[in-house]
Design a protein around this ligand. Structure first.
Ligand SMILES: *Cc1c(COP(=O)(O)O)cnc(C)c1O
Length: 383
């Protein structure tokens, strides 16, 4: 294939490729956020977010990156000197624990080996060791591609410590895998725009349970930008606490309309199929799945060569952008994202370019002719 004809393929677990219609929505004229036209957009997205969160609670859209959303969950629910149990299974778990420490929490870290989901027996032991005010966990730990068993984590926590709030960083899970907040009895959930919500970076989405709200109302801890009580007040009068991110919220309305018009379960099925197929085709190329509990939103693969070298080679020579690993996984894994605007032909292209890249680096591979039969399997999947 000629270099010029090759489309740049962004297959990272955030940022993700944008739908052309989203790009058009992003290019529209600016309108003021204190207008009936914008009120309509805000009302509509806050209502539709409830479907994705699986909640009857109000949802919030804040102008900040995902980490800002994590901070918003924390500062509203963290009382001075609170005891916090944090599941740390990778880079984002590390960040969650560090953040809680910065805000003065007494943090116990349940360190999970990279590539594994949390062990529920160990979690039970920790929960029995002392009283915790908050449990912090990722739903999907993006740095390792692990999906944690959130429903079981919540059940167990509720059984051992009924009053402990369960806060979930679902930034690569909400919108990509089922996470019904009310049904699983979660107290705080955060999602992010440049991940499963298929937009550029800049918004995060939150919701809190009634149990969390009782604490939030009387929490003496300081907060200003992320004071969710003020956000709620503003939303009730059709506004946001600070200037609204008009552009992203309009694009979000398009994304939510698309997801809901196809049905949310269908949307999740498509992402799951992309991930399953990617694991199959990668295994065929000799790349084992790194995570023992793989998430549908991101696939981490062990590479038989230096993964950093492979990444650079794919980017420079094949216009395929994947992520590598960090810290202990650096040079060992590549990570492929399954969120965003990804077509069947993008998946075919991805597999072809990955094959060629591996081959260039001298990795022994099965015959390329077998690849097309794997690619044909895509015809049988909902994509
Ligand atoms: C991307 C991500 C975040 C937040 O990252 P930002 O750069 O602040 O948007 C947090 N947690 C997880 C699991 C993520 O994947």
């Amino acid at each position: 294939m000629k270099q010029a004809a090759r489309k740049m393929l962004l297959m990272t677990p955030g940022p993700v490729p944008l739908d052309p219609e989203v790009q058009i929505a992003l290019a529209q004229d600016m309108i003021h956020h204190r207008t009936p036209a914008f009120d309509q957009v805000l009302k509509s997205v806050l209502l539709k977010l409830k479907v994705v969160f699986g909640t009857s609670q109000d949802c919030y859209a804040l102008t900040c990156t995902g980490s800002g959303g994590m901070e918003a969950l924390l500062v509203n629910t963290l009382r001075p000197g609170a005891q916090v149990l944090c599941i740390n299974s990778g880079k984002f778990g590390e960040r969650w624990a560090q953040m809680a420490k910065v805000f003065g929490a007494q943090v116990t870290e349940l360190v999970v080996p990279w590539g594994q989901a949390v062990n529920l027996n160990r979690l039970e032991q920790e929960l029995n060791s002392k009283n915790f005010d908050l449990l912090l966990t990722q739903a999907c730990e993006t740095s390792t591609g692990v999906l944690h068993p959130i429903e079981q984590i919540a059940k167990l926590t509720r059984k051992v410590q009924p009053d402990c709030l369960i806060l979930v960083d679902a930034i690569t899970a909400l919108g990509a895998t089922p996470l019904p907040m009310d049904e699983w009895d979660l107290d705080g959930v955060v999602g992010g725009s440049q991940k499963a919500f298929m937009l550029p970076t800049g918004l995060s989405f939150l919701s809190f349970s009634n149990r969390a709200w009782k604490l939030i109302e009387n929490n003496p801890s300081p907060r200003f930008y992320f004071d969710i009580r003020k956000e709620r007040e503003a939303n009730q009068s059709g506004q946001t606490y600070f200037s609204s991110n008009v552009t992203l919220l309009r694009a979000l309305e398009w994304v939510l309309n698309k997801i809901l018009s196809q049905g949310y379960p269908h949307h999740l099925e498509v992402i799951k199929n992309r991930a399953q197929w990617t694991r199959e085709v990668s295994q065929w190329m000799g790349l084992a799945t790194y995570s023992q509990s793989p998430s549908p939103s991101v696939t981490a693969l062990l590479t038989p060569c230096d993964s950093q070298k492979l990444r650079n080679h794919l980017e420079t020579n094949y216009q395929l952008v994947l992520m590598g690993g960090q810290d202990q996984a650096k040079g060992k894994i590549i990570r492929i994202g399954h969120m965003g605007h990804i077509s069947k032909s993008d998946l075919i292209q991805m597999s072809e370019r990955l094959y060629l890249g591996l081959s260039d680096l001298g990795v022994p591979l099965p015959a390329q002719s077998e690849l097309s039969s794997l690619q044909k399997k895509l015809d049988l999947l909902q994509l």
